[in-house]
Write a protein of this length. Structure first.
Lengths: 334, 315, 555
């Protein structure tokens, strides 16, 4: 097991290395010069020249790449051209915002998805099954940004139930310590702020969590059905273990692996793919951070930002694989 | 035998969707049909009665009709502005209302159907061609080629795909075709991995070994014996992929990176309408609904195809 | 066989206990979330009253604080004014740090800030400032002549350890400042190499605010996250892309302040920002869309605050490239632009038609100039004279980003395109990404383009020299306009210290520019803020950033 983990970690190296090359290439292929973009309407030829020099963009590309990799290896993610701050210091608040959002979305997706899937499988071909599977089908077909806009329209603008943008109440902002506001508000002992943070989380996490929710519901249902037809469950039923608990416990256990796979993959997507949700809900997350860096041609931020997200994605998938073994001791890795 | 077949069909069909088993040919009927017709006809027989296929195809036909004839139903053009007619709610004159520049939203939405259908189909075709080729090569030749291609897929898979698409569009320079290419690129690994895994197991099959043994060249083996057997999952994934591609194109359009004005791409329309959301909700509502319906249709088709072609495949 | 199954089923049973626990927790969480949204819903019903109620609830513990929530469209880049050029950064730093002089609240006239008095030598090369006494930086250190010298050194000297790559310093002063000397603790002398007419205007710009030398030393490159100055508000917290919080400076030299706390929050989407105002999440918002101004004016809960125009949105030509190297053709275009029509359609009337490259509030504005009237016949005639009777095909770059002077470039371009068709100029509108747009217009790929300028210091030099002098061709002068006569006039004016003579030079320059049409000024737009009626004393400054010294909220 330990060896397997090591080997998987080792295999990350070529992937991350290849990724750094690709990102670097893409970034420098993008037309437009950061110096010009930063200066905007104010760009004078001398100013552009000066900034280009300062950013080190006059160096030949291979030199720049080598320098970049060297810095990464020594734990230096570079400095943002725009804010002139070290990325390693700057990135965490954004990442934390996205992690919090992804966590809430996944909670929503798993709780609703797994339960809907189980009940659908249990009450197969009931109206519940039809309806929830229809919703699941619509769920994977709905554009996230449109869903977000509709939510804002209904729940924020019309009904005034929930706030439409941001992470906390501007009048009484959460004191950022970990930048995970759910935790920060509790550290401050502010229950009212905690509730406020939760209320800000609801709409965006539903928007972001709908696709995973739908996928999880479908996969849960199909794996449950598969398992329910398996001999041992039939036996258990025949032996008199009755009702819902049979399904819920016996089958869920075995259906957990495909569900977990989906969850793992989706968490990865949530981290990097939240840019639309973040745009709609004014969520200061990592997706926005990288997206803005792309439009400002902030090369170091694009490179390091994508690298960080991708690393997280790969690590989460590794974690999922390891969880398999924990859930089902019959799986051995060698 | 008969019982086993029934379980399999019953399972695979009902696993994917909730229709009563009675709607499908019973095991025995199916078996009888099989005896008389070619595999493709058999597939068609089963597809035809699949409820999702019926619905998906029905919606799709409507969409195609809308794309072709929709713009002809109205006296307006998709880019003809008329400032005095701006932001009018739906009426008998303007079925879906007008946008801020006074353009008829129905006309624009109908025209947009052409764009989205074309983007979806073209982007996925691109992914399929490149992905399949790479997958075939990797799976068939194995060794370092396989390692290289598989690692490439790993890398692309680990990228946050929408950000990768944004970056690619930034490199290529925006516009509908560029967005299409970006979407095509980010979806290559999906098909590549699918084909590769299929090829890896096919290469072990006796008939392929036999073909090798009699000294058949690589190309004939790949294209005559292996490729045809990878088609089924690719078709299934392809129709689901179109759904994804349409969503991704709309997302890029929404971020202002896809189609350029005044092209009535649905995502772009949504983004432009956002500022009038409160005063004129119809400007946001209809493009969004159209995206959803289109994507839904392709997802239904994909589900149906999966049930029929490849019961083993999962999401 | 059956034994094995039994084992399996046992294990499942054991795990059932575990799982039922998890599912119980999950269930609890669901209930919690649902109840939260429900009670949130009940609490916020009837938008404003509830949020006020909530505030009171929170404030019960503390004494009633006066908090102003200012919602804006973008985050600051850095809070070190010496390193930035963007308005969103300067609007915040303006309240933390102060320059020697400052502009009056509603104009570009200079008045004392950290300097109480100033003298100019007869040759115009030495400026002597008397500094305000008993002023302390937020970190408790003294403000004095040494601090001023320290700051200027940091801006000028690349070898200084805290040297700031200072865009504004370069653009406003270049290498004109020879030396800055502390004569005594409260007197500073500036020695110039050359006379500079707008010197005092420049000194009063927000970027030339004086920072605490101790803080500069302490935080180094991170000063932009820990700004320390003498201003009315003290920096407290910055949550990137979310909010910046400032608190009252209790020892402010300017006297008692009306606010305890100012929170600048970022809400990028325009309609969401308006919503925040309506729901009570924000007290004041900027970037109100022209469309929304009318409805806000009718609503008696809110006030609309118009920022006087200090910008120009223009249609530029590439004057170095065929076909628009032909002045007749440029004049033809000028005759088919309906400026008022554009303003009504795309600015909701919130702007003035422009005939000069600078707004009428700027000194030296030439009001004698008569704008090209809308006249299709004349335009067609000019087309003929230019040798393009059969028409011509050109590209038309339309800026893709929002600016107050150009809220929607592509749509303005579409409208102009329509008009140009009538005289046979067929345009292809290109609207690439902003970075690409800037790059390509700098290279001169455009035939026609849309762009604009927002003034920095209220001086004519800041418009005419920047936009149309040959020194700036390919930079801020994207029309590549290189008229020698204009150049001579503008450079002369830079050194002319007699205001009357100076203004004459600018007026003459505007005449030539009008004849030459390197650009067609379209509009000087008014951008609007909106606030609740509770906000008092807010005066929008034409420069785009506002000092909140006199603002108060509530009773």
């Amino acid at each position: 097991m330990f060896q397997y983990t090591l080997r998987r970690l080792f295999m990350l190296i070529p992937v991350l290395f290849g990724m750094s090359v690709i990102v670097f290439a893409i970034v420098h292929l993008i037309p437009g010069n950061p110096a010009e973009t930063m200066l905007g309407e104010r760009a004078t030829p001398e100013a552009i020249e000066r900034l280009t020099q300062e950013y080190g963009l006059n160096e030949p590309l291979p030199t720049q790449y080598v320098l970049y990799v060297k810095n990464i290896l020594s734990g230096d993610l570079g400095t943002s051209l725009r804010s002139k701050r070290p990325i390693s210091e700057e990135i965490w608040p954004y990442l934390a915002a996205t992690i919090e959002l992804a966590f809430a979305s996944m909670l929503f997706a798993v709780v609703i998805g797994v339960n809907a899937g189980i009940i659908s499988a249990w009450r197969r071909q009931s109206w519940f099954d039809y309806v929830s599977m229809l919703i699941a089908l619509i769920g994977v077909s709905i554009p996230v940004f449109w869903l977000g806009l509709m939510e804002q329209w209904i729940f924020a603008n019309e009904l005034h139930w929930l706030p439409s943008t941001g992470r906390d109440n501007a009048r009484d902002p959460v004191q950022a310590i970990t930048h995970l506001y759910l935790i920060d508000s509790l550290i401050a002992g502010r229950w009212d702020q905690f509730l406020d943070v939760v209320r800000h989380l609801i709409l965006p996490s539903i928007a972001l969590g709908t696709i995973p929710m739908a996928i999880i519901a479908r996969i849960t249902r199909s794996s449950m059905l598969e398992v329910m037809n398996a001999d041992y469950v039939r036996t258990a039923r025949a032996k008199g273990v009755k009702g819902f608990s049979t399904v819920y416990v016996h089958a869920l256990k075995n259906a957990l692996i495909p569900i977990l796979t989906v969850v793992g993959v989706q968490v990865g997507f949530l981290l990097g793919g939240a840019v639309l949700t973040e745009t709609i809900f004014g969520w200061p997350g990592i997706g926005r951070y990288i997206y803005e860096a792309i439009s400002f041609r902030d090369y170091p931020v694009i490179q390091s930002g994508i690298l960080v997200v991708a690393t997280l994605f790969v690590l989460i998938n590794l974690l999922v694989d390891l969880l398999y073994a924990w859930i089902d001791p019959r799986i051995h890795y060698s | 035998m008969c019982q086993k077949l029934m379980i399999e069909t019953g399972q695979s069909l009902s696993v994917k969707e909730p229709l009563p088993e009675g709607k499908y040919p019973s095991g025995q009927e199916a078996q009888e049909t099989i005896a008389h017709v070619s595999p493709w006809q058999e597939i068609w027989q089963r597809l035809r009665v699949h409820r999702f296929f019926q619905w998906g195809a029905f919606v799709l036909v409507l969409l195609v009709l809308l794309a072709i004839f929709g713009p002809l139903l109205t006296p307006y053009s998709y880019d003809g502005t008329n400032l005095s007619e701006g932001l009018k709610p739906p009426s008998s004159e303007h079925w879906f209302g007008t946008d801020d520049l006074g353009r008829d939203i129905f006309t624009r939405v109908a025209y947009g159907a052409r764009i989205s259908l074309w983007v979806g189909l073209a982007a996925v075709s691109g992914s399929i061609v490149v992905g399949t080729l790479l997958g075939l090569v990797a799976g068939y030749f194995g060794r370092w080629i396989d390692t290289l291609i598989s690692r490439l897929f790993d890398i692309m898979f680990a990228f946050p795909s929408i950000l990768l698409a944004i970056a690619i569009v930034a490199v290529l320079g925006g516009g509908l075709v560029k967005a299409l290419i970006a979407i095509s690129i980010i979806n290559i690994p999906t098909f590549g991995r699918l084909v590769r895994s299929r090829v890896v197991s096919l290469v072990q099959e006796e008939y392929v070994q036999a073909a090798r043994a009699i000294g058949l060249g690589h190309a004939p083996i790949i294209f005559r014996h292996i490729l045809p057997n990878t088609i089924a999952p690719v078709i299934v994934q392809g129709s689901l992929g179109i759904a994804t591609a349409i969503l991704e194109a709309a997302a890029l359009g929404f971020l202002g990176l896809g189609a350029q004005r005044p092209t009535p791409e649905w995502g772009r329309m949504l983004a432009d309408a956002r500022e009038f959301f409160q005063s004129a909700p119809w400007t946001v509502f209809f493009p969004g609904v159209m995206i959803m319906i289109t994507v839904l249709a392709f997802n239904m088709l994909g589900d149906a195809l999966r049930d029929v072609l490849d019961p083993k495949l999962k999401t | 066989m059956s034994k094995k199954r039994l084992e399996v089923s046992k294990r499942f049973k054991a795990s059932f206990a575990k799982h039922s626990k998890t599912s119980a927790i999950v269930l609890l969480l669901v209930v919690l979330v649902l109840s939260l949204s429900a009670c949130g819903g009940a609490g916020t019903n009837g938008d404003k009253s509830a949020s006020e109620g909530q505030d009171q609830g929170q404030d019960q513990g503390k004494t009633k604080e006066k908090v102003l929530v200012f919602a804006r469209g973008g985050d600051s880049v850095s809070l070190d004014p010496a390193t930035v050029t963007d308005g969103e950064s300067l609007r915040v730093t303006k309240n933390i740090m102060e320059p020697l002089l400052q502009y009056k609240p509603d104009s570009f006239e200079v008045e004392p800030a950290l300097a109480t008095d100033w003298k100019v030598s007869d040759d115009g090369l030495t400026y002597t400032f008397t500094l305000r006494k008993d002023v302390k930086f937020h970190d408790g250190t003294d403000f004095n002549a040494d601090a001023v010298v320290y700051n200027f050194k940091r801006w000028v000297d690349p070898n200084d350890p805290h040297y700031a790559e200072f865009e504004y310093y370069q653009s406003q002063f270049g290498d004109i400042i020879e030396d800055v000397v502390a004569v005594d603790p409260y007197t500073v002398e500036f020695h110039l190499k050359d006379r500079q007419a707008p010197f005092l205007q420049n000194i009063a710009m927000d970027p030339f605010a004086i920072a605490s030398p101790e803080a500069l030393k302490k935080y180094g490159a991170d000063f932009g996250r820990h700004p320390v100055g003498t201003g009315p508000y003290v920096f407290e917290e910055w949550k990137p892309k979310a909010s910046i919080t400032l608190v009252k400076n209790k020892d402010y030299w300017g006297g008692e302040l009306g606010l305890d706390r100012v929170v600048f929050t970022v809400i990028e989407d325009n309609s969401a920002r308006l919503n925040a105002l309506k729901s009570g999440e924000a007290d004041i918002i900027d970037g109100v869309l022209p469309n929304d101004v009318a409805s806000l004016k009718k609503d008696d809960r809110f006030q609309v605050l118009d920022r006087p125009p200090n910008n120009v949105g223009y249609l530029g030509f590439n004057t170095q490239k065929s076909p628009f190297d032909n002045v007749k053709l440029r004049q033809a275009v000028a005759h088919v632009i309906n400026k008022q029509g554009l303003i009504d359609a795309f600015y909701s009337g919130q702007g003035e038609p422009a005939k000069n490259p600078m707004p009428s509030t700027i000194a030296g504005y030439n009001d004698a100039i008569v704008d090209y009237e809308y006249n299709l016949e004349k335009a067609k005639q000019l087309m003929k004279e230019a040798g393009y009777a059969d028409g011509v095909e050109v590209n038309f770059y339309a800026m893709p980003v929002y600016r107050p002077y150009m809220p929607n470039g592509p749509k303005v371009a579409e409208a102009i395109q329509d008009e140009l068709n009538k005289i046979g100029i067929r345009t292809k509108i290109v609207s690439p990404e902003w970075a690409v747009y800037l790059d390509e217009t700098k290279q001169g790929k455009q035939d026609m383009y849309l762009l604009g300028w927002t003034g920095d210091n209220g001086d004519p030099d800041n418009y005419l020299y920047v936009l149309l002098d040959k020194d700036n061709a390919g930079g801020s002068n994207r029309s590549f306009y290189t008229n020698e006569e204009v150049h001579t006039l503008l450079v002369q004016a830079q050194q002319e210290v007699d205001p009357a003579k100076r203004m004459e030079l600018y007026k003459r320059a505007q005449e030539i520019i009008h004849e030459d049409v390197p650009m067609i000024p379209l509009v000087h737009s008014i951008s609007s803020l909106a606030a609740t009626k509770d906000v008092k004393g807010f005066v929008p400054h034409p420069g785009g950033s506002d000092k909140l010294t006199n603002v108060t909220i509530g009773q």
